[in-house]
Write a protein that binds this ligand. Structure first.
Ligand SMILES: [Zn+2]
Length: 148
């Protein structure tokens, strides 16, 4: 299950679809059709995909941050949070006026922050709260372990 990895890739701004319930042929077909890289922990699926002309990457680790390291190293991806994609649904985020989220954001957060983003697909609202600080910390750790 690579659901956490998918959320991290979206935080980095990468267009990432995630399925836990589709069969291998469907996944391969979709990756090929939409010009995506199929990322999986299933080595047979990777072999069959490559045979069929679908780009695929085998993830070895079962730890999310190590998985993220594998994929950022494999494709030389920039490790920088972008605030452009919804981690939950992959929808695009738009910057919104503070007053427009008054009713959906907890009062403390509303008072503490001035910038807010809303997912254009699922309407989830984001701001750079304590969770954002944790994201930056995790990415800094990832970058420093890459440089070892
Ligand atoms: Zn969303």
């Amino acid at each position: 299950m690579l659901g956490s990895l998918a959320r991290w890739l979206r935080i980095l701004g990468y267009d990432t679809l995630y399925y836990s319930d589709r069969d291998d042929d469907d996944l391969r077909a979709e990756a090929l059709k939409t010009d995506r890289i199929l990322v999986t922990r299933d080595s047979e699926l990777v072999q069959r995909s490559i045979k069929n002309g679908t780009q695929a990457l085998l993830i070895q680790s079962d730890e999310t941050m190590k998985q993220l390291q594998e994929i950022t190293n494999a494709y030389d991806l920039e490790v920088k949070p972008k605030n452009t994609r919804c981690p939950r649904c992959n929808g695009l985020l738009e910057s919104v006026k503070k007053t427009s989220v008054k009713d959906v954001v907890p009062k403390e957060s509303y008072n503490a922050f001035d910038e807010f983003w809303r997912c254009m697909k699922c309407e989830a609202v984001y701001w750079r709260g304590s969770h954002w600080v944790q994201i930056l910390d995790s990415l800094e750790r990832l970058k420093s372990s890459n440089n070892l």
